[in-house]
Design a protein around this ligand. Structure first.
Ligand SMILES: N[C@@H](CCC(=O)N[C@@H](CS)C(=O)NCC(=O)O)C(=O)O
Length: 227
């Protein structure tokens, strides 16, 4: 029996990426359903999942529908304790939940000004005060996570957890717009984005093209690379 995960796009939908990673990275069997995020058919294609109306949305093997990334994450973590979606240690688990919750609720400048895209690296992006403040906050949260876990590099809590799921699209924004962060944060972003699951997602993203390109910026760009 498999989960059904509804997503909208691979190149641009950060929430879709999170919803899929929660299943893919923890080896939870799933089928992917793509709905028309940019074609105007999404509402109709998701009507049977109401009141879920955004991507990602999850349907469990028994038919229960869950919307909202954090609710999906908690549902999966509760149903699959053996998969260790959250860290086992209570203090680390609390910190991981904090990071995920703050991601869902915050960083509005970064999210608004640097839409996730996995296609290319923009050059010359001018960092606003708001984006700078969001980056500083993200790095403060990473520092807190590392203090709690005692891990100075690699995944924040030692093993891959939902914290990584929630921050992978943040890493894509940092790398995709060449945003100024510490070497440690850059190394962490590269770790998240070189994950085989993310590379698989990114390769599939390139199979779809849009005209005009969503969220295109009038800036020079170069091919995607983590160098
Ligand atoms: N708070 C939601 C956000 C989900 C979300 O905004 N998804 C976007 C796609 S990235 C969406 O469905 N947009 C369609 C719309 O707003 O009509 C979550 O955590 O899952």
């Amino acid at each position: 029996m498999a989960y059904e995960i509804y997503i909208g796009d691979r190149m641009y939908s950060s929430w879709s990426l999170r919803g899929w990673l929660m299943l893919e990275k923890f080896s939870l069997p799933h089928n992917v359903h793509m709905v028309g995020l940019y074609s105007g058919t999404m509402a109709q294609e998701m009507a049977h999942l109401a009141p879920a109306r955004l991507v990602p949305a999850l349907r469990t093997p028994e038919g229960m529908v869950v919307g909202e990334s954090l609710a999906i994450a908690e549902t999966l973590a509760e149903r699959h304790p053996e998969a260790k979606l959250w860290p086992s240690d209570p203090a680390q688990r609390a910190a991981a939940r904090w990071l995920a919750a703050e991601m869902v609720a915050g960083f509005s400048s970064l999210r608004g000004e640097c839409p996730m895209q996995l296609g290319h690296i923009y050059e010359g992006f001018e960092v606003s005060r708001g984006v700078k403040a969001d980056l500083e906050r993200i790095e403060a949260l990473f520092a807190h996570a590392r203090k709690v876990s005692g891990r100075s590099s690699g995944y924040l809590f030692g093993d891959y957890s939902l914290a990584e799921v929630f921050y992978t699209p943040v890493a894509a924004r940092i790398m995709g717009y060449g945003l100024p962060v510490s070497e440690e944060t850059r190394a962490y972003c590269k770790l998240l984005l070189s994950d085989p699951a993310v590379l698989k997602w990114q390769a599939l993203a390139h199979q779809v093209s849009y005209d005009p390109e969503p969220y295109a910026m009038d800036l020079p760009k170069r091919p995607w690379s983590l160098d």
